[in-house]
Write a new protein. Structure first.
Length: 640
């Protein structure tokens, strides 16, 4: 902004605060001519810094407002007072949501030294200059204005040259723009200022300020009005950005509600809550993909951040993963390609993700995980287990370590797999442990048949906690992070299908030493309401021995099957561990310092029953433990 914006001649003055005019009626900016461009270009960073810079220039008005020409200090003092008001107004303009709000804020600057009576904002298209917003004009007066770009009008002059036009009296207006004077003759104004509006670094509009009394454009008033125009242009730019953000948010949120219902044999329920309970879409998403052979692909993910940039990256990544899956790539290949795609965007952000393929005929799920929270398996009786699946690094880190191992999980009939983003677990200040307990408490009750009811209850426990007030009187939910939720149920195949019971199936490969700890956690979750805690410790010890023996003494995978049957307080736990080695274990008498050889001894001492069963290929070691406790279960135990 030039330092000498106030012209000496108050009768009629023009300024060029945005570059020198060119012979074509445009303006010079950065070495290139510009005409009357449309609003365009990408969103620029640093809007807050620009407002701070404008505020520093406003403060300079106190120094520019020197003594008046007649020697009095009255005008100077009023200008200092107006500059102080502009500091407050400028910060408020940075937060408005519409042009109308911005004009109302500017109108509050009116006082004796600035008798502002009406305003209008004009924009240009290829042929005309037209009013897009006004304040203080009679209904329909501003909306009807549409000026050809070759018209002799002060607003058109500003749009063509980029120079401000000040008209200090009606006779001045009539003398200089006689052909268009009748357009303003009836509004009762006594002076006018037409100033260029700059957004996205380009001249995109004109601001008209009309005054109800004569105004002298001296004593810093011209600089003051130029500063107001700068702030108004920045505010309009923020408004455009906000409208674009909201449009993107609404579009993405709408697409989140269109997930498919599943396929025959598999039912899907999904929920999405944007940041702030509906204010803005962030980086969370889910999707379902129809795959060849009647299979179903499901994906859930979370791009780093909660802003519109995260939402944009999410949309691109979601589309890319859908395309890779539809091409027929397996879960590991889908995530490898998605990670490289995100890294190639050079946005400096990562994403967590789970992608799975589901076979409705067998219930087999092939799962690949990229730094995302583990799924939760809900058994038919409501027991919830944190299902540990192997995983790799989050997508987009570009560390040349693209390795996303595929885990195989088999869903039984009426079992439900829950996938969610961390917003569901950590909402309300919870950590991953306490948040898991809350999720488990909400997911356990109810029937597996009501999948939508389970989804609603989960969100209700997190987004809208129980309250004694009626539902319609509770405050709107507000979430500090996005929440995405997917529930996948394997449907029963017949009327006599098993709708209850508790079973656990898992396989440990030879390269999964860490999987032994995960298996212990899942197994402990299976016994969360066992009547006698010491029996839980016993069963954990025996399971660890059997799985460890397979991993240490054979070259094969260990397959664990655990099942609980009977009434509470008198239940029976049966555990089977199978491997494909033909070597049969033998009882040994280990010495006091021996590091192995105690597995069968422990089975004999601690299990109620046990044995070894030969298989067509390999063997199975099994044991049983009978519950001996009160009919009423104790408080559920805590997971490791």
């Amino acid at each position: 902004m030039p330092s000498g914006a106030g012209p000496p001649d108050a009768a009629a003055a023009e300024q060029a605060p945005h570059g020198r005019p060119t012979e074509h009626g445009g303006r010079q900016q950065g070495g290139q001519e510009t005409g009357v461009p449309q609003v365009g270009g990408g969103r620029e960073d640093g809007r807050a810094e620009e407002y701070d810079a404008e505020m520093r220039q406003v403060e300079a008005l106190n120094r520019l407002a020197g003594p008046a020409a007649d020697g009095s200090a009255t005008v100077s003092e009023r200008m200092r007072h107006s500059a102080a008001d502009l500091l407050v107004t400028g910060h408020a303009l940075a937060r408005v949501d519409s042009l109308g709000e911005a004009l109302v804020l500017v109108s509050q600057l009116a006082d004796e030294s600035l008798p502002l009576s009406s305003q209008a904002v004009f924009r240009a298209d290829r042929e005309d200059l037209y009013c897009v917003g006004h304040l203080g004009l009679r209904d329909g007066e501003g909306d009807a204005v549409r000026l050809p770009l070759d018209a002799d009008h002060p607003a058109v002059r500003v749009a063509r040259t980029g120079r401000s036009v000040f008209l200090s009296a009606p006779q001045d207006y009539r003398a200089r723009f006689g052909s268009t004077w009748p357009l303003s003759e009836q509004d009762g104004s006594a002076a006018w200022a037409f100033l260029p509006l700059t957004t996205y670094g380009q001249l995109t509009g004109v601001w008209m300020a009309a005054f109800g009394a004569p105004v002298r454009m001296t004593d810093g008033l011209g600089t003051f009005l130029v500063t107001v125009a700068h702030l108004l242009g920045l505010s309009i730019e923020q408004t455009y950005n906000g409208q674009a953000d909201r449009a993107l948010s609404q579009s993405l949120r709408s697409s989140m509600g269109r997930i498919g219902p599943g396929v025959d044999g598999l039912t899907v329920a999904a929920r999405y809550v944007p940041t702030g309970g509906g204010l803005m879409v962030g980086g969370d998403w889910f999707d379902s993909i129809a795959l060849p052979g009647g299979r179903l692909g499901l994906v859930i993910g979370d791009v780093q951040g909660h802003d519109v940039q995260a939402a944009g990256l999410m949309s691109q990544l979601r589309t890319a993963i859908h395309a890779y899956a539809a091409e027929g790539h397996g879960p590991d290949a889908v995530l490898v390609r998605a990670s490289r795609f995100l890294a190639s965007l050079n946005e400096g952000r990562f994403a967590t993700c789970i992608y799975l393929e589901a076979d409705p005929a067998t219930g087999v799920l092939r799962i690949a995980r990229a730094g995302h929270p583990h799924p939760v398996l809900r058994l038919p009786d409501g027991t919830c287990l944190l299902k540990h699946v192997r995983g790799g690094l989050p997508l987009g880190l570009d560390l040349e370590e693209d390795n996303y191992p595929v885990s195989v999980v088999t869903l039984r009939e009426n079992e439900i797999l829950m996938l969610c983003t961390d917003g569901l677990i950590e909402a309300g200040g919870h950590d991953m442990y306490s948040g898991w307990l809350r999720v488990r408490g909400a997911l356990t009750p109810g029937s597996a048949e009501d999948l939508d009811g389970l989804a609603d209850r989960l969100l209700g426990a997190v987004v809208a906690p129980p309250s004694s007030s009626p539902a319609d009187e509770r405050p709107a939910a507000f979430t500090e992070d996005d929440i995405a939720l997917l529930l996948l149920r394997r449907d029963p195949s017949g009327v006599h299908a098993n709708r209850s019971g508790r079973q656990l199936r898992l396989t440990l490969e030879q390269d999964q030493a860490q999987g032994l700890s995960d298996a212990r956690i899942e197994f402990q979750g299976l016994l969360h309401d066992w009547a006698r805690p010491e029996q839980v410790d016993t069963a954990l010890l025996l399971v660890s021995e059997l799985l460890g023996n397979v991993l240490i003494h054979t070259e094969h995978a260990a397959e664990l099957r655990a099942e609980i049957s009977g009434a509470r307080g008198r239940r029976r736990l049966r555990v089977e561990v199978t491997d494909h080695s033909d070597e049969v274990p033998h009882r040994r008498a280990p010495g006091e310092m021996s590091s192995s050889g105690r597995g069968l001894v422990l089975l004999d001492l601690l299990a109620h029953q046990w044995n070894i069963r030969p298989e067509p290929e390999g063997k199975t070691v099994w044991f049983e433990v009978d519950e001996d406790g009160p009919e009423e279960p104790t408080e559920p135990g805590q997971p490791d």
